[in-house]
Ligand binder design. Structure first.
Ligand code: N01
Length: 540
């Protein structure tokens, strides 16, 4: 009996489902499961709802997907009552939106905040998950939903000497809940991914000196953010259903112009005009400009070179401009960043670029950052050094499936799953935005809603048929993984050293653990699985 082996503690609560995480996936999962008359408890380590938007309060934090896309579509009422103020919403507005949704649906009453899951173990005899927390809670649930997020575990601080540094170290992903004052301060930012690129121009406005420690330069495109007016918002509201439908049937899960024209099918002049236009329009316009940017290396290189030339046009110091230019990997293979005045910031006399490719960081000293060749005296060091993406949060606690099999052992050589949602050997468990799904390559709201709707349908199917457990088969998982791998071969996305391929974490298995064939095809596959009676899934 389960309870004898776990001392004499009895479950504090028996429930139908436990949802781990109160980010935008966990919030929707809790709402949907409650709506099916299931008893649900949510567990969240943060103090409130919001997930990444709860933690990432760094200056300049903003979503690089359009706000009209980057929100829930399941409730007409929410759609009608909420109005976005900007094309690309800033973190405070996104968090306010998520709080608005939480209030509206009264979600908080079923979430335990400031509580961390310690273990989730499947009990085969009872066909339930036993979930324990650092508060000593002990839940027994039929279903375990991992809404743990693809980017919720910051990469460990890796510089020796952090304890010697007498200034302040701040991690972008764990930003203090109060305004940090940079006035009169010498500030360093390590990391030039999406996060660093958003922080740099804003901190440069305030800091006395700013040093940007760049190892791999990123391609960044102008965001060209703007305020949304009432006329535009009314138009969107009138067409919302159609727009949402288009988003669900698009590769990025968002409204984006698409084209079927390959780069070299057009004469040179026309290609150049299209690139100029994409640069002027900003955002991810390039992705909708040519159909083969992610598959044809020559086409990709032409666009990359166009962007490099723009860097030279903006950055006045030719040496800095050269160092800011990404080389040696395709544009869009790392996540394309969208910025506001990033390159322009390097024209300010108090902003310096420290090139860590030629002069790597060796560690921290009492006074600041020591690179191989020199020392930078700093008052504050901001680490925008990234995340243990896709698998970090799932492996941050003890997950044990059938036969006492640990997830960390199953994933020793890389994450495996079926559709990025279910895992062989881990019955009655669902992941939202899990590894080997389209997470990171499409709008996370669209993926979340699709994932949650899919597994709620699966649960309804179980209840209709009086099943008590489901599991995906080894062969379905193997087939899915082969499909993910062969699709990855066809795109340039696997050709850069990024968190997408686990390259940013020492010792992490390498390889692209993302589905790269577009959200619409992913969704169609998952729907077909359900329509065909849940192929690849066994029920008992
Ligand atoms: O992290 P990253 P991020 N010395 O891993 C550098 C999402 N996001 O937080 O590439 C020097 O991309 C590292 O250098 P290198 C989005 O999906 C979305 O910026 O390893 N540098 C790199 O430059 C994104 O992809 C939004 O050579 C070191 C940087 O740190 C994901 O989050 C906004 C170093 C890490 O870049 C992650 O982005 C922000 C070292 N020792 C983020 N170690 C939206 O708008 C690391 N680096 C929705």
């Amino acid at each position: 009996n389960q309870y004898e082996t776990t001392s004499d503690i009895m479950p504090t609560k028996k429930i139908d489902a436990v949802v781990i995480g109160a980010g935008l996936g966990g919030m929707y999962a809790l709402q949907r499961l409650r709506g099916m008359n299931l008893s649900v408890i949510g567990i969240e380590s943060g103090g409130d709802v919001g997930g990444v938007w709860y933690w990432n309060r760094y200056p300049g934090a903003r979503c690089d997907l359009m706000s009209i896309d980057y929100c829930y579509s399941f409730s007409k009422e929410i759609e009608e009552e909420w109005s976005w103020t900007e094309q690309y919403a800033a973190q405070p507005e996104i968090l306010a939106y998520l709080n608005f949704v939480a209030d509206k649906l009264d979600l908080r009453k079923d979430f335990n905040f400031n509580t961390r899951v310690v273990s989730a173990k499947y009990n085969e005899a009872r066909k339930t998950w036993i979930v324990t927390t650092d508060k000593g809670d002990f839940y027994e649930a039929k279903y375990c939903v991992m809404a743990t997020g693809p980017l919720s575990v910051p990469k460990d601080p890796e510089f020796p000497g952090t304890e010697d540094f007498e200034g302040e170290i701040i991690f972008a992903g764990k930003w203090p809940h109060k305004k940090v004052n940079f006035e009169g301060k010498r500030v360093g930012v390590v990391g030039t991914g999406s996060t660093g690129i958003q922080i740099v121009p804003v901190v440069a406005e305030e800091a006395q000196e700013l040093v940007v420690f760049q190892r791999t330069p990123s391609f960044t495109l102008p965001m060209r953010n703007m305020e949304l007016d009432d006329e535009y918002l009314s138009e969107v509201r009138r067409n919302y259903e159609g727009l949402r439908d288009a988003a669900r049937n698009s590769p990025l899960g968002g409204m984006r112009p698409r084209t079927t024209r390959p780069f070299f099918s057009l004469p040179r002049k026309q290609r150049e005009d299209i690139m100029e236009d994409a640069w002027k329009r900003g955002g991810l316009s390039f992705l909708g400009a040519f159909s083969d940017l992610l598959t044809n290396p020559e086409a990709n290189e032409q666009v990359a070179e166009f962007v490099r030339n723009k860097i030279s046009q903006v950055v006045e110091n030719p040496d800095t401009a050269e160092r800011l230019k990404p080389q040696g990997y395709p544009i869009f293979a790392r996540r394309a960043c969208l910025d506001t005045n990033y390159y322009e910031t390097f024209n300010k006399s108090h902003v310096r670029l420290a090139d860590c490719l030629t002069d790597p960081i060796e560690g921290l000293t009492k006074n600041g950052v020591k690179t191989r060749n020199r020392e930078y005296d700093l008052d504050v060091l901001i680490c925008a050094t990234g995340y243990d993406g896709l698998t970090g949060a799932m492996l941050a606690f003890d997950v044990e499936g059938k036969d006492g099999r640990k997830l960390k052992d199953k994933w020793e050589n890389g994450a495996r799953s079926y559709m990025g949602m279910v895992i062989e050997g881990f019955p009655n468990m669902f992941m939202i935005c899990g590894a080997n799904g389209p997470a990171a390559l499409a709008n996370i709201f669209t993926i979340n809603e699709q994932n949650v709707d899919w597994f709620c349908d699966c649960i309804s199917h179980m209840h209709r048929n009086n099943y008590s457990a489901f599991e995906c088969t080894e062969s379905a998982e193997n087939e899915w993984m082969s499909n993910v791998a062969s699709l990855a071969e066809k795109t340039l996305i696997s050709k850069a050293k990024t968190w997408y391929v686990g390259a940013n974490i020492d010792g992490k298995p390498k390889g692209l653990t993302l589905y790269t064939d577009g959200f619409q095809n992913y969704r169609a596959f998952c729907s077909k699985v359900a329509e065909d009676g849940y192929t690849g899934i066994t029920f008992e």
